[in-house]
Write a protein that binds this ligand. Structure first.
Ligand SMILES: Cc1cc2nc3c(=O)[nH]c(=O)nc-3n(C[C@H](O)[C@H](O)[C@H](O)COP(=O)(O)O)c2cc1C
Length: 353
């Protein structure tokens, strides 16, 4: 943490980060484009209920890559079909996101399917990626691991991860605890594998800034929720256009685990923290396992209803980077704008949005 503080001070107070990080990352000049053979170093991040086959195909056509959470498929067979179908439509690399902790009862089956279908990369979240790395590497599949701090980053590096996805506190979904100003320099200085930054990025300027900090690429989720291709309801997409960064709140109401949502009238009505009784049940040794499972199932159903249909119980997951969404647009256009901004911006002049 001392190193983080010193680097943050140097970068923010003295404004020398472009030079400092360029120097620090000079041995790490490999980009996500080099790692995957894609045109632009961006992953369209895996998003529960949102990401699907159509979105990934569009992302690949646009020159970036994309990943789908295995959780978005009702059956593992559906996931296998989607992987085959994407491969028929594009020869560009794409990934699947696996939840690798005990809450995912279909993990082993999903991992086997990813290996059999030889997806290009796997993104692991929530748990130890050890088995995933072992099995995936046997099939030549790359593994990128979500981390929120240096301790876990060093662990996944030791286990053989191909890259780290540094999830910061601006991220949509289960956000981290540190800003990218803190997280990226520390990871770049202490890890020897490439770092992909996730969270808070919605413009080409933002992409350039984190690459300048030493990241090899960026994983972007929220900015793609309001894409024409996303399978979610128009209400959800319009909410991403109309609300902004200041309207994002963290709630434990959905699954018990903190998650970012748009502060809709319904979210305001029910609040963002558990009641005393819910907290008691979450902590009680005998019932906590059952209560958490029940809460998780109920929360997921509520999210699903809100994502796909008209309901007053609007709980829409999104991160502060919805600030950058001005209208619903096709993925091709969103990526084109990102590229234009990236190639035309000057890091010394911070844009207003
Ligand atoms: C609606 C939504 C759903 C998400 N679902 C998942 C998920 O299923 N698995 C996962 O690893 N990350 C998930 N994330 C996190 C994203 O993969 C990514 O880290 C995040 O979107 C980056 O921050 P950004 O939204 O500011 O771009 C989700 C994010 C959002 C906004």
């Amino acid at each position: 943490m001392l190193l983080t503080s010193v680097l943050s001070f140097l970068s923010i107070e003295l404004q020398i980060y472009p030079y400092l990080y360029t120097y620090m990352s000079k041995t790490k000049s490999i980009t996500l484009s080099d790692i995957l053979g894609i045109e632009f170093p961006v992953i369209m991040a895996p998003m529960f209920l949102v990401s699907d086959e159509k979105m990934v195909v569009e992302a690949l056509k646009a020159g970036i890559t994309g990943a789908i959470p295995a959780l978005n498929f009702r059956k593992v067979g559906d996931m296998k079909n989607a992987i085959r179908s994407i491969k028929k439509k594009s020869n560009k690399p794409f990934g699947i996101n696996l939840i690798v902790n005990k809450s995912n009862h279909r993990y082993k089956e999903q991992l086997r399917a990813c290996c059999e279908e030889k997806v290009d990369f796997i993104i692991t979240s929530l748990g130890s990626p050890e088995e995933t790395i072992l099995r995936a590497h046997e099939r030549g599949i790359k593994v990128f691991c979500d981390v929120t701090d240096i301790k876990f980053a060093l662990k996944v590096e030791k286990l053989g991860a191909d890259a780290i996805i540094a999830v910061n506190k601006e991220a949509g979904g289960h956000a981290g605890n540190f800003s990218y100003h803190q997280l990226i320099p520390e990871l770049v200085a202490l890890c020897n594998i490439p770092i992909i930054s996730a969270g808070g990025i919605g413009s080409g300027f933002g992409i350039k800034e984190v690459l300048n900090f030493g990241a090899c690429g960026v994983s972007m989720g929220s900015i793609f929720i309001a894409s024409a291709e996303a399978p979610v309801s128009e209400e959800y997409k319009n909410a991403c256009v109309q609300y902004g960064a200041k309207d994002i709140v963290m709630t434990t109401k959905i699954s018990g685990t903190p998650c970012t949502v748009i502060n809709t009238p319904y979210v305001k009505e029910v609040g963002t923290s558990q009641t005393k009784f819910e907290k008691f049940l979450t902590k009680n040794k005998r019932i906590k396992k059952w209560f958490k499972t029940l809460l998780f199932i109920k929360g997921m159903k509520k999210l699903e209803r809100a994502a796909f249909s008209s309901t007053y119980q609007n709980v829409w997951c999104a991160g502060p980077s919805i600030e950058f969404i001005k209208k619903i647009r096709p993925i091709s256009e969103i990526v084109r704008t990102l590229k234009e901004e990236f190639f035309n911006c000057d890091l010394k002049k911070k844009p207003f949005n």
